[in-house]
Design a protein around this ligand. Structure first.
Ligand code: NZQ
Ligand code: ZN
Length: 391
């Protein structure tokens, strides 16, 4: 196991009706004038926004509002949010929604206290200072409620890039699983896929003797495989929603990624898809991850076979571990299909002629310098081959 530090100071408030206490938490974490930031309107239609506003009013916290964060959130709204925060002397940013609203809120929070262009943070500059961010989460997926990351798409060129920094980690996050019951099955499945992808990115490592994090990841993956079909069948299954919601947080606040090298090539390969075709991040991952696994299986066939055996219950063939490994990849494909996910590039709008562009921007964008991946180092040609495998 590698040396590591782990500090994850988000205050989590989990359970039914907890959004009604949002005002108390904004106050506890120093807010007196908030920007409430949300997405395309699901929180208006569900009545959640009204409940959150009432809770702020009860605590005497004034606020301004900015809705409109799109899935794959855009830079234009971030600039608008930054200007609004400055004009209105906002001292706290409260995101109400999914990963997109939260990431957009984080970008606004960082940009509001920075003299330069907030996009600098999405070109490699670490975020050291930001207004405090709180969240009321409405979809289990991105893990942004506990992560120090934010992903934004710049409209000029449609570049989708990430920023990171401890200042972006939410000071509190309210997780009420009941709020996710209004999600359409497709969005639920996209979220499940993203959570599983965050676990795979950490599972595929060259670091030896990481049994504790291996086992935590395997347990979370098994939870997802067990619980996801329940919520696809019955969206009102609160207990299954609750298990998925907490798994989503644990999958991405890095508690199961410590002490080990991680991969993250599939996320970069996917981000080019959601940037160019505006597909859901989870749907893009369902296309990319099985292809990435197929392409890299022989790098460490025993690791793939271990996953297949421990998580998917495939019988371990010690003479031919590649058979077990392959069965695991097949099981993942079947599972993703069973929850309604796409498996091919074409299903998310991809075209063969775009592959050279996609591979080039994946390899060289985001300051990547031509290669991706900590488990297997991929060059532009390899990335193109993975897109082709997914066609
Ligand atoms: O915008 P509204 O109207 O709220 O609708 C949203 C949106 O259309 C809808 N939705 C959310 N909660 C709902 C609901 N509809 C009904 N009932 C509810 N309770 O679902 C759609 C998707 O929402 P979005 O916020 O885009 O989903 P998600 O949480 O998957 O976020 C995706 C973004 O997060 C980024 C992705 O790249 C993508 O841009 N990621 C962020 C990460 C991070 N910050 O740590 C890590 C991830 O790997 C990921 O890259
Ligand atoms: Zn993700």
């Amino acid at each position: 196991m590698n040396n590591f530090t782990f500090y994850s100071p988000t205050y989590f408030v989990f359970g039914k009706d907890q959004e009604n206490h949002a005002g108390q938490y904004v106050k506890r974490f120093g807010g007196s004038r908030a920007l409430i930031h949300y997405g395309g309107g699901s929180v208006v239609r569900s009545g959640l926004l009204a409940r959150v506003k009432a809770s702020l009013e009860k605590e005497g916290i004034s606020y301004v509002e900015l809705g409109g964060a799109k899935p794959n959130p855009r830079s234009g709204l971030v600039y608008e949010g930054i200007a609004l925060c400055r004009k209105e002397n906002v001292d706290f940013v409260l995101a109400v929604g999914g990963g997109s609203a939260i990431d957009s809120a984080k970008a606004i929070a960082a940009g509001a206290v920075y003299d330069g262009d907030f996009w600098d943070f999405y070109c490699g500059k670490p975020v050291e200072k930001a207004l405090p961010v709180g969240t009321v989460l409405t979809i289990s997926a991105a893990g942004s409620e506990g992560s120090p990351d934010s992903v934004i798409t710049k409209e000029e060129g449609m570049f989708k890039r990430g920023a990171s920094g401890e200042a972006l980690r939410p000071v509190f996050s309210i997780l009420n699983p009941a709020l996710t019951q209004t999600l359409p099955a497709y969005q639920t499945a996209c979220g499940v896929t993203d959570i599983m992808a965050h676990l795979f990115e950490r599972y595929f490592t060259n670091t030896k003797d990481v049994e504790v994090t291996d086992r935590v990841i395997e347990g979370l993956l098994m939870t997802m495989i067990h619980e996801a079909p329940k919520v696809i069948k019955n969206p009102d299954d609160y207990q299954a929603r609750a298990n998925i919601m907490w798994a989503g947080m644990l999958a991405h606040n890095n508690c199961c990624g410590v002490g080990r090298d991680q991969d993250w090539a599939s996320h970069c390969i996917e981000h080019e898809l959601s940037a160019l075709y505006d597909c859901a991040h989870g749907a893009g991952l369902a296309v990319v991850f099985p292809a990435w696994m197929q392409y890299n299986m022989n790098h460490d066939v025993m690791r793939f076979a271990q996953l297949a055996s421990r998580v998917w219950g495939c019988p371990m063939d010690f003479q031919h571990p590649e058979i077990t490994a392959q069965q695991g990849i097949n099981a993942l494909r079947q599972f993703l299909r069973s929850i309604g996910m796409p498996l091919t590039l074409k299903e998310v709008g991809g075209k063969e002629e775009d592959i050279p562009y996609l591979a080039h921007t994946a390899a060289f964008g985001n300051g990547n310098g031509g290669t991706l991946g900590g488990f297997v180092v991929l060059k532009e040609d390899d990335i193109a081959n993975i897109y082709r495998l997914a066609l």
